[in-house]
Design a protein around this ligand. Structure first.
Ligand SMILES: *[C@@H]1O[C@H](CO)[C@@H](O)[C@H](O)[C@H]1NC(C)=O
Ligand SMILES: *[C@@H]1O[C@H](CO)[C@@H](O)[C@H](O)[C@H]1NC(C)=O
Length: 188
């Protein structure tokens, strides 16, 4: 008990004894290079994988949590929570490289357009444990769509870029979909 108190005392004394002005500084300018954020070290990477929106069946990865207004032909107002597998090949049982965790919401009354907010939690290779954050507009029936990469974590700190989407397969009856994502990312 005494030892614990002593360690506590040692750890916190310097903070307590100096003036708040010196230690609790609100903002401080840091050296980019010292923080591993050297501009010359910025990388430009391309990732490609398939995103599986499994709505039907016994184990859906995409679940409608808010349903749309009664008469909406575009499902306006509906929201799906997703934890969609990301695989290297279009087949669901091909190599898993991560999960897309987030949600999408139908945001147009005149066409099927989604607001998508999701994190690509990567589980493969050196990026295992890092994530890429996407927030964007997805007019799902357009042949080509694009959404911004707005950030990331781990090896994707300060990430920016964009994702290009192309529907690989869509079932109008079950509404299951496989979408090819090509993600261009600037990161350190
Ligand atoms: C739904 O649409 C039909 C046909 O357009 C219309 O007659 C009906 O009033 C609408 N119902 C609601 C709740 O808006
Ligand atoms: C990814 O990281 C997790 C947690 O550290 C670990 O359990 C898993 O085996 C790793 N996967 C691969 C493919 O390296």
């Amino acid at each position: 008990m005494f030892t614990q108190f002593f360690i506590f005392f040692l750890l916190f004394t310097p903070i307590i004894s100096t003036t708040p002005h010196e230690t609790h500084d609100f903002v401080r300018t840091l050296d980019r290079k010292m923080s591993g954020l050297d501009e010359n070290q910025e990388k430009f990477s391309r990732f490609r994988f398939y995103w599986h929106d499994v709505v039907s069946g016994r184990n859906p990865s995409s679940i409608e949590v808010v349903s749309s207004g009664k008469n909406s032909t575009t499902s306006f107002g509906s929201v799906n929570m997703i934890e969609n597998p990301l695989t290297l090949e279009p087949q669901l049982n091909s190599q898993l490289v991560g999960m897309a965790q987030g949600f999408y919401a139908s945001t147009s009354q005149s066409e099927v357009t989604l607001l998508m907010a999701m994190n690509f939690a990567i589980t493969e290779g050196k990026y295992n444990g890092s994530s890429i954050t996407i927030l964007g507009r997805n007019p799902v029936f357009n042949k080509k769509r694009e959404m911004p990469v707005i950030g990331g974590s781990g090896l994707f700190r300060f990430a920016r870029g964009y994702a290009q989407l192309r529907t690989h397969w869509f079932s109008p009856s079950t509404r299951d979909a496989i979408v090819e994502y090509t993600v261009y990312v600037l990161h350190y």
